[in-house]
Design a protein around this ligand. Structure first.
Ligand code: HPA
Length: 270
């Protein structure tokens, strides 16, 4: 709790105790969301006590406080990954901080691989459930009852209401928003063909290396969560292709504008 207090004190000293309405986590290649936002307060992760640092190409490593459509937003430009060697507790620590800064709504974004030809690179998919294939859970360890309960229910980890809002906003914007199940692996290697086949049989639609720990913690904290995947590639073996992180970043860039429009519209309705 001392660590949390230190983090909050530092952020509040920079933001003048700003109360956050909604928090957004931007994934690989989605940094363009913040282009044109010049009047916000930016804090580098490395300056925030308790935050680890991120080294991944395409992740800025900055927390931005700004107004979007009249709502006070805190935007994580880049996230922490388990595959970088951080603990599950460390990668989800910012979610606890965002909640304690006032955010009751969380919008998570990520880049994901498609497990089925019907999800095409460039598509956006609203995650309606997940399979945690990371082999661990961010809530493992001593529980702080002041934050949440020991055994949280997971029946609505992704808010049905927020998915409905997202669908309506997408329709108004002419965006074909898909919906489906995300399976999370630790990465950093991409999946084998056999794993991709297995994930399809298990009921997943897209695969990625993040977001699930954040969503589990957000659900534990009783935050209303919406998670949007930018489909950047077909997963291994779906088409005859090899995967590269650059390809993921390129699609993120070219379809980022669509994601940006959608999220801004959603924020105006929450
Ligand atoms: N697999 C895992 N993570 C990913 C992928 C993928 O194909 N694309 C983007 N993130």
């Amino acid at each position: 709790m001392d660590k949390i207090k230190q983090t909050l004190d530092y952020i509040n000293s920079q933001t003048n105790d700003l109360k956050v309405d909604a928090a957004i986590v931007l994934g690989s290649g989605l940094g363009c969301f913040c282009d044109g936002i010049d009047d916000g307060i930016k804090i580098k992760y490395e300056q925030i006590p308790g935050f680890c640092s991120t080294s991944i190409k395409g992740h800025k490593g900055e927390l931005l406080f700004c107004q979007i459509n009249g709502k006070n937003c805190a935007i994580m430009q880049g996230r922490f990954h388990y595959y970088e060697g951080n603990s599950m507790q460390d990668i989800t620590y910012p979610i606890k901080i965002l909640k304690l800064l006032g955010a009751n709504t969380l919008i998570i974004t990520n880049a994901a691989g498609s497990l089925d030809k019907k999800y095409i690179p460039g598509d956006i998919l609203a995650i309606n459930d997940h399979i945690n294939f990371m082999g661990t859970n961010p809530l493992v360890g001593k529980n702080d009852e002041t934050l949440g309960e020991r055994f949280p229910d997971m029946s609505e980890c992704y808010s049905k209401r927020l998915i409905e809002i997202a669908k309506k906003c997408a329709k108004d914007l002419g965006i074909d928003l898909k919906e489906g199940v995300y399976v999370a692996t630790t990465g950093p290697s991409y999946e084998t063909k056999a794993e991709v086949k297995a994930f399809k049989i298990l009921g997943a639609d897209v695969v990625g290396m993040s977001s699930v720990p954040e969503a589990i913690v957000a659900n534990y904290l009783k935050m209303k969560t919406l998670a949007l995947s930018m489909i950047t590639n077909y997963a291994t073996g779906i088409k005859d292709n090899k995967l590269s992180h650059n390809e993921v970043l390129e699609i993120g860039k070219s379809s980022g504008a669509k994601m940006t429009k959608l999220i801004k519209s959603i924020i105006s309705k929450i």
